[in-house]
Design a binder for this molecule. Structure first.
Ligand SMILES: CSCCC(=O)C(=O)COP(=O)(O)O
Ligand SMILES: [Mg+2]
Length: 248
């Protein structure tokens, strides 16, 4: 018998979308376009806010003695500031950090790539039919990713199946908290007005599944490529087709 739920919360990277699309397409796009993006948008209000976030993050990293931290030199010349932003962003990306500052800027840089067709949001073949089926069955679908909400919407607006934004009832990023903390999932439950046992969370990361589980949400682990673990405490699937969930 299937799970009876009201809502499905979905991670992106490794769950709806291949890790390779993020690591081998989206992230290299940022690296290639970072300098030209800064030059083109330097005087916009959006860029000023992005720089403020990066500088605040760097200051916090310095206070926290984060190893290898690259300062953002707001008080120096435009050229020095630009260079320090490039170095800081590349450093954060080398660590795959999920800071709001980095994720916000990445989302802004991807906009042109999606709009001119260089970027097409990848989703696994099983994802679109299952999302349609679940939505038609009355389940609400929500995204929770470390990528900014703006970046999430770009990805699902520009897929090879067209614009899929209509499938979703809401999007969450680390504005509700980190994905490895149970309070973040409680914040989402408040936002979507669901009890914990009414929601299932699909993710490829065990620590995220554990955090969701502590909040009372039912996690299901996606193991897209590797072998299933014989010791996992959570249900594991390699495809959305294997997930049996009905609207309660
Ligand atoms: C949707 S933006 C691209 C993904 C991204 O930047 C990222 O950090 C993925 O994080 P997730 O929480 O979806 O694993
Ligand atoms: Mg993931």
């Amino acid at each position: 018998m299937g799970l009876k739920k009201k809502a499905i919360l979905l991670d992106i990277e490794g769950t709806t979308t291949s890790i390779s699309f993020v690591k081998d397409v989206l992230f290299p796009y940022v690296k290639t376009h970072l300098e030209s993006y800064l030059n083109k948008n330097w005087n916009t209000d959006e860029m000023k806010l992005d720089i403020k976030l990066l500088a605040e993050q760097a200051d916090q990293d310095i206070v926290n003695n984060v190893p290898g931290v690259v300062p953002v030199k707001e008080t120096e010349s435009e050229q020095a500031l630009k260079q320090s932003i490039i170095s800081n962003v590349l450093w954060q990306m080398s660590l795959d950090r999920k800071t709001k500052a980095l994720k916000t800027l990445q989302g802004h840089i991807w906009l042109d790539g999606y709009n001119d067709g260089q970027l097409v949001g990848h989703i696994y073949p099983d994802v679109f039919p299952c999302l349609l089926k679940w939505k038609d069955a009355g389940l609400k679908l929500y995204i929770y990713s470390s990528g900014s909400v703006a970046a999430q919407k770009l990805l699902f607006k520009h897929t090879e199946h067209g614009d899929l934004l209509h499938l979703f009832s809401g999007f969450f990023d680390t504005g509700v908290g980190p994905k490895v903390e149970s309070t973040s999932y409680r914040n989402i439950l408040n936002e979507v007005s669901c009890d914990p046992d009414q929601v299932v969370f699909l993710t490829d990361i065990v620590k995220e599944a554990e955090a969701a589980n502590v909040s009372g949400i039912t996690p299901i682990l996606l193991v897209r490529d590797g072998p299933l673990s014989s010791t996992s405490q959570f249900t594991q699937v390699s495809s959305f087709d294997q997930i049996d969930v009905e609207c309660s």
